[in-house]
Structure formats: C-alpha cells, structure tokens
Design a protein around this ligand. Structure first.
Ligand SMILES: [Fe+2]
Ligand SMILES: [Fe+2]
Length: 277
C-alpha cells in the first residue's frame, strides 16, 4: 500500500505545485483511490509529475464541501469519466468565510464551486452517506463525527447558508477515511473540522482498533485556541500512534509543536510525501 500527498499548501521536494488544498492518492492491492481533490490547479499537474495515474482510480472520497478539497473534482472527472464519489449530503451547502476587521466585514465563498448537475455531467456518481460506512473491504468512511471533547470548538470564521440563513458552520459533512491494515489503522483527515480528537475517538469506537499506523492530513490545529492545540497534543501523546504526517490546515505553529512532541514519529506531508507499507 502506498499513499501519496498529491495536493497540499507546500512543496517540499523539487517537484509539483503547492496550492491551498489537500488531496491524497491511495494505492492498495484492491485498486487506487483518491481522497479529496485540492482546489483545482495542481491535482492533474502533480499527478503527472509524481506519476500517479488519475485514470486508474476506482472511487473518489470527499472529506467535506470546502473548495480546497472539492475544487479539483472537474479536472479529475475530465480524465477519469464516470466514477463513484462518496461524500456527505451537506457538501452541496453554500459556505462562506467571514473576516471582521473593525467595522469592515469581508465575506468569501468557500463552498463547492460547481453545481451537482455539472459534476454529474462530467461523470460523478454521488453516493451520499451520513453514517460510518465500509466502502470496500477494509476501507471505511467515518460518517458524521459526534462532538464530545470540551476543547474542540468550531472555527468562528466559517459559516454555512441553509434556507437563506447564515449560520455558524457545524460541518456535519466532515468525514475522514480509514484504511485498516495488518499493521494498524491509517486515518486520513481532510480538515478535521469535527475536531481531530473527536474523529480519532469515533474511529476507535467504530472499529474497535486502537493502534494507528499513521494519521495524515489537515488537522486545523493552528486556527482555533492555544488550549485546543495543547489539549489535543496531550491526548494524542497518550494514544497509540506510530506516525503523524500532518499538513494543509494544520498550520506551521501546530506542525512545529507536533514535531517537538513526536520527534522521529512526525513528518510534514508536503506535495509528493509518501507513506508506504
Ligand atoms: Fe481545507
Ligand atoms: Fe475545510
């Protein structure tokens, strides 16, 4: 099995393009899969440079509706054609990012930037789930993640629009991918909007497995409160995690803290990083 970071904010090797976004290419004995698609500009370019053939993917998984995870979907569909796209029904909600600076309020659309019908016309066969689900043998999606920790809070800058009303985004659609290997679980996070610890606890509860071979992806740890970062690290250190390869919305400060705490077990998941087992 091999997992390659295809899209990410930073380029750490002498290849590929960085962009605000996330995507991982997953190769298994059962076939290849794509988790998220980046924001659109780098997914095809990077797949060619890294020699990962997007035409071979069996399924696409979307972690949530934000453009930086879903925006590359048309580019992938133009190459692949008809393919199952697994996601939560709320990926189609309108999403906004609101920044308040004194009197000034700036609103930016950050949702899925394409209509469902357009994506379907390019070949997307949406399969929508809300619950934990085994997609293929030993490959699972978390479904909605119960919010249980006291220290993991929603990002106050992010809103969704439901029936014309702007509300704090609770990200019911945030789901992560689990690969159940003989050496432990591999957990791939999109942005971890449900809270990284909530997600890990949900995975342990649903699979009955506590050993994580690796946790990869965006953790959103640098954008909330310092308490959330430190409390999350405290809990992570008690868990059975062999490798932690975070990136994207983790933020540099949180990544450095994780490196301090996890030492050799930490790596930064820039474009082209691979995890092979
Ligand atoms: Fe993101
Ligand atoms: Fe996000």
């Amino acid at each position: 099995m091999r997992i390659t970071i295809l899209c990410e904010n930073t380029v750490g090797r002498l290849m590929g393009l960085g962009e605000h976004g996330f995507s991982a290419f997953i190769e298994t004995d059962q076939g290849n899969y794509l988790f998220d698609t980046g924001s659109g500009r780098s997914v095809v370019e990077n797949s060619l440079e890294l020699d990962r053939d997007l035409r071979t993917i069996r399924k696409i998984f979307l972690s949530h509706g934000h453009y930086d995870h879903s925006g590359g979907l048309p580019e992938v569909l133009k190459l692949k054609g008809r393919v199952d796209v697994h996601a939560h029904p709320h990926i189609f909600l309108d999403r906004v990012h609101v920044i308040k600076e004194g009197e000034k309020e700036t609103r930016r659309f950050v949702g899925l930037p394409f209509k469902r019908s357009y994506l379907e016309s390019l070949g997307a066969n949406f399969i929508l789930n809300k619950d934990f689900m085994e997609i293929e043998e030993r490959i699972f999606l978390t479904g909605e993640v119960p919010r249980k920790t006291s220290f993991e809070k929603p990002d106050p800058r992010l809103f969704s629009e439901i029936d014309g009303k702007t509300k704090q985004d609770i990200f019911s659609d945030d789901q992560s991918l689990i690969l159940d290997t003989e050496k432990g679980l591999i957990l791939i996070l999109g942005c971890a909007h449900s809270g990284m610890i909530n997600i890990i606890n949900h995975v342990i509860h649903k699979t009955g497995e506590e050993k994580f071979l690796a946790i990869l992806g965006g953790t959103h740890l640098d954008f909330l409160t310092p308490e959330q970062l430190e409390e999350s690290i405290k809990v992570l250190k008690k868990m059975n995690i062999e490798k932690i390869g975070v990136c994207h919305c983790t933020g540099m400060r949180a990544a450095f803290r994780l490196h301090q705490e996890f030492g050799e077990r930490f790596f930064y998941g820039h474009v082209g990083s691979t995890l092979e087992i």
